[in-house]
Design a protein around this ligand. Structure first.
Ligand code: PGA
Length: 245
C-alpha cells in the first residue's frame, strides 16, 4: 500500500523571526535535489506562522495547537478558523506536552479535532504511552484513538506515534518494535474506521528522531514519516532526515 509520507518539524517554543533562514535552507535543498520523497511541514510557534507563510510560501505549515471554538472571549487562544485564514494547512493536536502541561483531556482533544476538520485544516494527531504504561501500551493507544471522530479519511488525519519516554531523551523503541507498534496501531484504527481507510492513513514515528537513526526508522514498511522536534531546528540535520527515505 502506497501511503503519503510526511516529515514534520515541531519547533515547540523555539525559533525567532530570523529562523526563516532555516526554512529557506530547507526549500533550497529541496529545489536543488528535486525533492519529492515526503511532504515537508513546518510547525513553528504561532507568533512566527504568518510571517513565515508570507516570507517562504514554498513549503507547508502547521500550527502546534488550536482552540475548539472559532472565536470568543478566550484570552490567549488561537482558533482553527484564524489559522486557516492565514494560510496554515495543518495543526498538531494531542501532543503529549500539551496533554501533560495544559492538562488536555480526551474530550478537549476530540473538540479540537472537530474544530480543525470543520475549518478544513488537516490534523496531525499524536498518541503515545508514558514509560510506566509500556506494559499496557495498546490499551493506552486505543483509548487515545477514541478521541478521533467516527468518520475521517487519510486526507485529513495523520497519526503520529510518539512514545512519551522517547521525546527529547535520545531513547527510541527498537527498530523492530517501532514497526510492530505501528502495525498494531493500524489494526486499532481499522477497528474504528475500517480496513480500507486505515490502510491509507499515514502513521508517523516521533521521539528522538535524528540524522543518525532516521534512515533505519524511515525505511520501515509501517512507518510513513517522522515528527521531529529538536533535530528539526538544525537545518543540516533536518535536511538529512527528510533525505533519508
Ligand atoms: P524530539 O521531539 O524529536 O525532540 O524527541 C519530538 C516531538 O515532541 O514531537
Amino acid at each position: 500500500m502506497k501511503r503519503t509520507k510526511y516529515t514534520i518539524a515541531n519547533w515547540k517554543m523555539n525559533g525567532s523571526k530570523k529562523s526563516v533562514k532555516i526554512i529557506k535552507s530547507f526549500v533550497k535543498y529541496m529545489k536543488k535535489s528535486n525533492y519529492s520523497s515526503s511532504k515537508i511541514i513546518i510547525c513553528p510557534p504561532f507568533t512566527l506562522l504568518s510571517n513565515f507563510i508570507k516570507e517562504e510560501p514554498n513549503i507547508l505549515y502547521g500550527a502546534q495547537d488550536c482552540h475548539h471554538l472559532d472565536f470568543g472571549a478566550y484570552t490567549g487562544s488561537i482558533s482553527a478558523l484564524m489559522l486557516k485564514s492565514i494560510g496554515c494547512k495543518y495543526v498538531i493536536v494531542g501532543h503529549s506536552e500539551r496533554r501533560e502541561y495544559q492538562s488536555e483531556s480526551s474530550t478537549d482533544l476530540s473538540k479540537k479535532i472537530d474544530a480543525a476538520l470543520r475549518n478544513n485544516l488537516k490534523v496531525i494527531y499524536c498518541i503515545g504511552e508514558k514509560k510506566e504504561q509500556i506494559k499496557k501500551r495498546y490499551s493506552v493507544l486505543n483509548q487515545q484513538i477514541k478521541s478521533l471522530p467516527s468518520k475521517f479519511s487519510h486526507n485529513n488525519i495523520i497519526i503520529a506515534y510518539e512514545p512519551v519516554w522517547a521525546i527529547g531523551t535520545g531513547m527510541t523503541p527498537s527498530i523492530l518494535d517501532i514497526n510492530e507498534i505501528h502495525l498494531k496501531i493500524r489494526n486499532l484504527l481499522s477497528k474504528k474506521i475500517g480496513k480500507e481507510i486505515s490502510n491509507k492513513i499515514s502513521i508517523l514515528y516521533g521521539g528522538s528522531v535524528n540524522s543518525s537513526n532516521s534512515s533505519d526508522i524511515l525505511s520501515l514498511d509501517q512507518v510513513d514519516g517522522a515528527l521531529v522536534g529538536g533535530a528539526s531546528l538544525k537545518s543540516k540535520d533536518f535536511c538529512k532526515i527528510f533525505d533519508s527515505y
